[in-house]
Write a protein that binds this ligand. Structure first.
Ligand code: C2E
Ligand code: CA
Ligand code: CA
Length: 436
């Protein structure tokens, strides 16, 4: 800090380049090799950093597995990036440690500061933020701090600080997006999608805060709120609309699924609102399934006993774990919207959707397409035998008030005419492989 303060004094030559390095997954090394071996690994990394830097650079260890290099002399962004890439390679090369070969990736954040304009704490925190972005994108890479990140960083800090106290009915809301039978327009179910009405930031989409919840141990609380709210809503609709029979789909965070009492929570919520297990569908992502297979399997089995349905969300984008399909109690594959949006223009997407539909059929699973935005995509889906779908073309996510009318009607008006448009050539799906 003393050195950096001096370098950043008004009138000193600049810009000053700072590299913030953080080893990826050091914890696993500690766990498998023990702390002593991990310590000597850190020493080797320190040596390599010193050897890989120029003699006038300052190389420091901040603590844990965090290192900082202050580049000597003024540097341009391009130079700083180049130096960061060199160090990333040097540090990332594997090390021989007591008969084992160990290699960790390293995430490097780069920031530049003009002397007189920025203090050392700010400059370090910027390099740290750039490093965190690299980490979040999978690690082992180099990233540079941008002004845009400053704004996002502040936003994230605000979100992080407010989330715990905002998990309640006054701040969070659910919107619901219908799942439709493409042949008839019938509403088969709805998916609950969480929103956060934040002042002063405004209405936040889940993309901005679900991940924050996951990384701050709030995923359980948020998830419980969502399931409770969604089930209460379904019970309310059922009272208002006698005979209503739809599935409520709820997105579940990976963290929730491996928590020990998750199925107990689900059970008590179902009982509280007098719902059957089969009226609830939990959407999990493929990645989570790979994460902790045994625990996931146990939880899913207990949920299965409650009759709760399970869908694999964004299917096709994860570390395709086809083998797990046969060992996990799963009901539904939800085709990722990336394969659906341009279905009528992309032969590759068509092949992928065709295979997923085939796979679902072989395993006796339902298949749902999401991200239907055009009648062209609808035509292709029907042609491929996928009749359940969700998407902006059919309905955007809507507030409960707006949904109740649709639910009363039981169906939506299809945005194409059954005689003229999509259905003309194929009044029914050509190969309807839907098992339900
Ligand atoms: P998802 O599970 O894939 O949810 C579908 C997302 O796609 C929703 O975005 C929805 O608004 C959007 N979408 C639906 N139809 C279309 C379409 O035709 N075109 C396009 N471009 N998009 C469409 P949203 O509400 O922003 O949710 C984003 C993600 O956040 C969800 O992706 C889900 O992974 C997560 N999420 C939402 N609610 C919850 C929740 O309660 N808990 C958890 N853990 N995650 C949630
Ligand atoms: Ca989903
Ligand atoms: Ca999805």
């Amino acid at each position: 800090f003393e050195y950096l303060d001096k370098r950043l004094e008004d009138g000193a030559p600049g810009p000053v380049g700072v590299l913030f390095l953080d080893l990826d997954r050091l914890k696993a090394l500690n766990d498998f090799l023990g702390h002593k071996a991990a310590d000597s690994y850190l020493c080797r990394i320190a040596d390599r950093l010193s050897e890989g830097s120029e003699s006038d650079d300052l190389v420091a260890r901040l603590g844990g597995d965090e290192f900082v290099v202050v580049l000597s002399g003024p540097s341009s962004p391009a130079e700083a990036m180049k130096r960061a890439e060199v160090l990333q390679e040097v540090v990332g090369a594997s090390v021989a440690l007591g008969g084992q070969t160990v290699g960790r990736g390293v995430s490097v954040g780069v920031a530049l500061g003009t002397p007189g304009q920025v203090g050392s704490a700010t400059l370090l925190s910027r390099a740290d933020q750039a490093m965190m972005v690299v980490k979040r994108q999978g690690g082992n890479g180099v990233g540079v701090f941008t002004d845009d990140m400053n704004e996002k960083g502040d936003r994230r800090t605000i979100i992080e600080m407010n989330l715990r106290t905002s998990i309640d009915d006054d701040h969070l809301t659910l919107e619901y997006q219908p799942e439709i039978d493409l042949r008839t327009g019938m509403i088969l179910g709805v998916e609950a999608l969480v929103r956060w009405n934040h002042s002063p930031l405004g209405l936040l989409q889940p993309g901005e805060f679900v991940e924050v919840a996951e990384s701050t141990n709030l995923a359980g609380e948020l998830g419980e709120w969502v399931i409770t709210r969604a089930c209460a809503q379904l019970a309310g609709w059922k009272r208002e609309i006698p005979g209503l029979r739809i599935t409520m789909s709820v997105n579940v965070s990976p963290v929730q699924l491996v928590s020990l009492d998750f199925d107990a929570t689900v059970k008590s919520v179902l009982r509280r609102y007098d719902l059957e297990g089969s009226e609830l569908c939990l959407e999990i992502t493929e990645n989570v399934v790979v994460g902790d297979l045994q625990r996931t399997r146990d939880t899913l089995r207990r949920l299965e006993r409650l009759g709760v349905r399970v869908a694999i969300d964004d299917f096709g984008t994860g570390y395709s774990s086809l083998g797990h399909l046969k060992s996990l109690p799963v009901d539904t594959l939800k085709i990722d919207r990336g394969f659906v949006q341009n279905l009528d223009h992309s032969e590759e997407d068509r092949v992928i959707v065709d295979s997923i539909v085939g796979l679902a059929s072989s395993f006796g699973l339902r298949v749902v397409a999401e991200g239907v935005e055009s009648t062209g995509a609808v035509r292709e889906l029907l042609d491929l035998g996928c009749v359940r779908a969700q998407g902006f073309l059919l309905s955007r996510p809507a507030t409960p008030d707006r949904l109740v009318g649709m639910l009363r009607a039981g169906r939506i008006r299809l945005p194409w005419s059954p005689e003229g448009g999509v259905g003309a050539r194929r009044s029914m799906a050509r190969r309807c492989r839907e098992p339900f």
